[in-house]
Design a protein around this ligand. Structure first.
Ligand SMILES: [Zn+2]
Length: 86
């Protein structure tokens, strides 16, 4: 069965990205990170297989804003948008 959030959000890519979208995307990546460093660990928030729907959404929003995969991974790990450690 498809989770309710998947029915609402689907796999749509955002048409444009605002500063607010970026803040939400970074928050989504941090909240929906893997529950542990063990390979195959599920999402810590909703226990779906990682990367879960909201994590993938966050990745797409940041990619649409022009961030690279390594930059997105740093943000997910807790770095600030200006590159500094948290
Ligand atoms: Zn999740």
């Amino acid at each position: 069965m498809t989770p309710p959030t998947a029915r609402v959000l689907g796999e749509l890519s955002p048409p444009h990205v605002t500063a607010r979208d970026i803040a939400h995307a970074v928050r989504a990546l941090r909240l929906h990170s893997p529950a542990s460093a063990t390979p195959g660990a599920p999402c810590r928030r909703d226990w779906a297989a990682h990367p879960c729907l909201l994590y993938r959404w966050g990745q797409r929003v940041l990619a649409a804003h022009g961030l690279t995969e390594p930059q997105i991974a740093l943000l997910a790990a807790g770095a600030d948008l200006d590159g500094g450690a948290r």
